[in-house]
Design a protein around this ligand. Structure first.
Ligand SMILES: Nc1ncnc2c1ncn2[C@@H]1O[C@H](COP(=O)(O)OP(=O)(O)O)[C@@H](O)[C@H]1O
Ligand SMILES: [Mg+2]
Length: 264
């Protein structure tokens, strides 16, 4: 379903400012896999998602989605397979457009482009149904400007926009990190429900180790451009935050433990 094969990526290669972000990374996701990603600051987590989304082109290696080699496609071309939610609530929605206009744009970016979604249902009914599942009352505010929504509501809308067209792969990059703990918990719950409801395949980066353990069926830990650990199935279910911290300390030889971003 998603195959990341031997991908390497450096910024400013062959200069004094060279930053190697990914070193020979391989990762394979089956249909319905939900992989959470943790790791120190600068580990390459966002770069990995950006490479999958076609935003950055790998220097070496390839990316495959549903058996198609998408390595050389533009991010626009890849966007029909991919749904994304970023950390910044302002990044995912256009403030001057209404909720339904935002959702219509999300629709036009996808493989549903040009098709009517349902034969008997109007778009508006579908938008309303999707928003209803959030239980935030947004289904009654279809013509309200997205800019009027709170950060948490905008992230919830971004999540709906990224998922209601059933993308092949959902990419979440610290999408709860900018929210207060209560809203973050709400978006975490909605993420879990939405992924399950649409049976999505997902990659989620998080600084929150509880969240990384709570969501998904697999967990990977990255450090300095490499995947250094993976937990799956029962091992993931049994693992605790302390286990993750100990493992991270072992992998980084203690040096990583001063990295507060992983401890938060
Ligand atoms: N657009 C960019 N230009 C230059 N360097 C970048 C860029 N994006 C990321 N990097 C560098 O690549 C490395 C990995 O960054 P990133 O993937 O953002 O890490 P993470 O998301 O794990 O914190 C870091 O050293 C970072 O400074
Ligand atoms: Mg990042």
């Amino acid at each position: 379903m998603l195959e990341i094969r031997d991908v390497s990526k450096a910024f400013f290669p062959h200069t004094v400012n060279e930053k190697v972000a990914l070193r020979d990374v391989s990762l394979s996701l089956e249909d319905g896999d939900f992989v959470t990603i943790i790791g120190s600051n600068g580990a390459g987590k966002s770069t990995l998602l950006n490479v999958v989304a076609g935003r950055y082109r790998p220097d070496l290696g390839s990316i495959w989605i549903n058996g198609h080699d998408v390595t050389r496609l533009s991010d626009h071309a890849v966007s029909r397979y991919v749904g994304r939610v970023f950390q910044d609530p302002m990044a995912g929605t256009a403030p001057h457009l209404t909720i339904e206009e935002n959702m219509a744009i999300a629709l036009s970016r996808t493989k549903w482009r040009g098709l009517s979604l349902g034969v008997s249902k109007t778009r508006r009914e579908i938008f309303r149904e999707e928003l209803q599942a959030l239980e935030l009352g947004l289904e009654n505010r279809l013509t309200a400007k997205a800019g009027l929504l709170s950060g948490g509501q905008r992230q919830a809308l971004s999540l709906v926009m990224a998922t209601f067209t059933a993308p092949s792969i959902l990419l979440l990059d610290e999408h709860t990190a900018a929210l207060d703990p209560q809203r973050a918990a709400l978006i975490t719950r909605l993420t879990k429900e939405t992924v399950a409801r649409h049976q999505l395949t997902a990659l989620m980066v998080t600084h929150n180790m509880d969240q990384a353990l709570q969501l998904g069926n697999r967990l990977i830990m990255m450090h300095e451009g490499r995947i250094l650990m993976e937990l799956a199935g029962e091992d993931k279910k049994k693992a605790t935050v302390n286990d993750l911290m100990a493992e991270f300390g072992r992998i980084t030889d203690g040096t990583g433990l001063s990295d507060k971003t992983l401890l938060s």
